[in-house]
Design a protein around this ligand. Structure first.
Ligand code: LMR
Length: 331
């Protein structure tokens, strides 16, 4: 493996230049994602994973990371994976709706208190089983990676749920998130992550919901009136691969990749919360208004969004929701 910097890989172009990294005989692992490569929980985790694989498995495997939708956006990456055009990705849990309804549990508003509660649920038997919920569709989930809690922002102040009425929100492609916006009397428009900044700036959409790390690294706050610290949902990821590719690997190599991925997951997930808080500070330092919610205001948002749970209870399953509710978190 010849280890080029990511900048050089990008300068060389996604197709030709990046391919030059792997030596003959090495298993080539293309990792595609849509966020920033540094200063962001997913970008940093992908870089560390590539570094570890390229050092520890030199001669046996090599990983190329394609950040910022430079290879595929999240709408395209899973079909591409099933066609064998990319080996690994870590889409947000909101982007698996075409393959399983169970992961929709992660989109239920105000289900998780904090990212530790998310982690606790993911390590429960019910949560861990979700990684294999798409095997029949040809996809295997390997590990969960953290980003953080979502915040609302708009081109006008959002303090109470009624303030969102009539606004057009960019959402990830998720039936639950669509229902969430309808519950607020707003409209949800699904759109790839790479298109959000331009759509906000051009006024094609009024508002969005995302984490501090995504808001800051995409500069969403610079084209919004302010950000409301709503913590009303989460963005977390599933590192996913195709069952055909994974099961076709030499067993020893597969075990070694799985072990490195596990170690990188433990190492980087610890920093997702910290990075989110740092990115929140940077949003504030940029001069953006951050609006906190009082207990009463938060309760009003919780009440406004509560009907969404009943809409999806049947599809997701009571037992799964109950298991997620048992996770207490505690940051
Ligand atoms: C989004 O589309 O807003 C997120 O899923 C992007 C990401 O990968 O964090």
């Amino acid at each position: 493996m010849r280890w080029y910097s990511i900048g050089l890989v990008l300068a060389l172009g996604a197709a030709g230049g990046a391919a030059a990294q792997c030596d003959p005989g090495e298993e080539r692992i293309r990792f595609s994602h849509v966020t920033a490569e540094t200063g962001h929980p997913k970008g940093e985790a992908a870089l560390l994973l590539a570094q570890r694989i390229n050092e520890d498995l030199d001669g046996r495997a090599c990983m190329e990371v394609y950040p910022r939708s430079s290879l595929f956006n999240d709408d395209d990456v899973l079909p591409a994976m099933l066609r064998g055009e990319v080996e690994m990705a870590a889409p947000s849990l909101s982007k698996f709706g075409a393959y399983t309804s169970q992961l929709q549990v992660f989109d239920l508003p105000f289900l998780f208190e904090d990212i530790l509660a998310v982690e606790e649920f993911q390590y429960s038997p019910e949560g861990a089983a979700l990684k294999l919920s798409m095997e029949g569709e040809g996809l295997i989930g390997l590990e969960f990676w953290h980003n953080g809690m979502k915040q609302f922002s708009a081109n006008r102040p959002l303090q109470m749920p009624g303030d969102a009425e009539g606004l057009v929100f960019r959402i990830q492609p998720s039936a639950v998130l669509d229902a969430q916006m309808q519950a607020l009397g707003a409209e949800g428009v699904p759109m790839p992550f790479s298109a959000v900044y331009d759509a906000l700036e051009a006024g094609e959409v009024d508002a969005q919901e995302n984490t501090w790390s995504n808001i800051y690294t995409q500069s969403f706050h610079t084209v919004q009136d302010g950000v409301t610290e709503s913590n009303h949902g989460i963005i977390d990821y599933l590192v996913v691969t195709s069952a055909d590719w994974w099961n076709g690997l030499d067993a020893g190599l597969r075990d070694d990749i799985a072990q490195i991925l596990l170690e990188v997951t433990h190492e980087r997930n610890r920093f997702a919360f910290e990075l989110g808080e740092l990115n929140k500070i940077r949003v504030r330092q940029d001069g953006s208004t951050i609006r906190a919610l009082s207990e009463e205001e938060r309760a009003a948002w919780v009440a406004a969004l509560a009907p969404v749970w009943d809409q999806f209870r049947g599809e997701i399953g009571d037992d799964l929701i109950a298991a997620a509710e048992r996770a207490e978190g505690g940051i």
